[in-house]
Design a protein around this ligand. Sequence first.
Ligand SMILES: [Zn+2]
Length: 95
Amino acid sequence: MFSSFAFIALVVLATAVLFLLILAGARFYSPSKILCPHCRNKSLECVNWILANPPPNYSFFRCGECRAEYVQVQFEQQMIPRAGSEWEHDRGWDI
Ligand SMILES: [Zn+2]
């Protein structure tokens, strides 16, 4: 009687630990969000990354809160607003 209770408790505990490990792993491996220059929330996500030929490569970002859109050229820290930039009508946004 005790052994079956201990077995069930062990299974429940192991399931809970596994669930927590999966949550921690998902949190660790999920893409990190960046501070949005417009609304100051940490909600800026990379929506596309373009391998340009000729270089430099560039990334498209969209804020999950205010929907602001930015372009970041590789090796440069500056976030360029999409509107008015040379990437304004780039098809890479439509994903
Ligand atoms: Zn924002």
